[in-house]
Ligand binder design. Sequence first.
Ligand SMILES: [Fe+2]
Length: 272
Amino acid sequence: MVPKEMITESDELQTVKILCVADQVDPVVYSQNMKERFRETAFIIGAGDLKMRYYGFIVSMLNKPLYFVFGNHDLEYFKRFRRPREDENSETQESHMVRSYFGSTCIGDKLIRHKKTGLLLAGLGGSMRYNRGESQYTDFQMYMKVFRLLPRMVFNRLFRGRWVDILVTHAPPFGINDGDDRCHTGFKAFLWFMRVFKPRYLIHGHIHLWDMNAERVGRYQETTIINVYGRYILELETVSGPGRKKGMIADPKVTRVSNQGPVTRVTDPEEQ
Ligand SMILES: [Fe+2]
């Protein structure tokens, strides 16, 4: 993160708008005029529990990359993206693993860099284990997933000046935006992730909001946590200039977030 007072005249600020979707089809997104409405989107984030056909619609309309993680529902194509388990009958296995489908790239257990903006995204999909179904994990298993991201994150820390910018998950962190029942309990592994690797944003789904005006933005240490539910437009600014690493995010005080259609500016959650 680049503090506001460190931004000089030789620096260039680039506004990046990211369309985030999760959990339910949003009528504003799933519409004829969405191309016009979201034309400034740099890329799309899917935080799970959505059909791949919906992702395909968004990609075909905007012609921008879409990065997603799986949730705990709508797992029709989940097997295509993961390595078959040893105990699975080979006849029921998908014949090959894919990374992209319906024009959408799964970033579950991966760390990628969006070339145009230089932003670094990591993905940790699934929910807390509650009925031994697919894409459900214990907190311990989630810690293991975080550890598997370490080599790439160390590379980023050494050569790009930070571990990761945006962590995309389906479940929330423990105690923040999460629920009381087992299925909707958040992961402690995400709290640890935020303490150690300090992503600027954690984008998650899974927690349904019955009141669309309910608070959906939280804060933990240096990370802004956003419950996407439906759609959310994340707007941030990256700083580029001599001697700067590409994709560095500017101070949150010059970062704007909104959740309703074309971007409307609201203050940073810290200031509210
Ligand atoms: Fe979910």
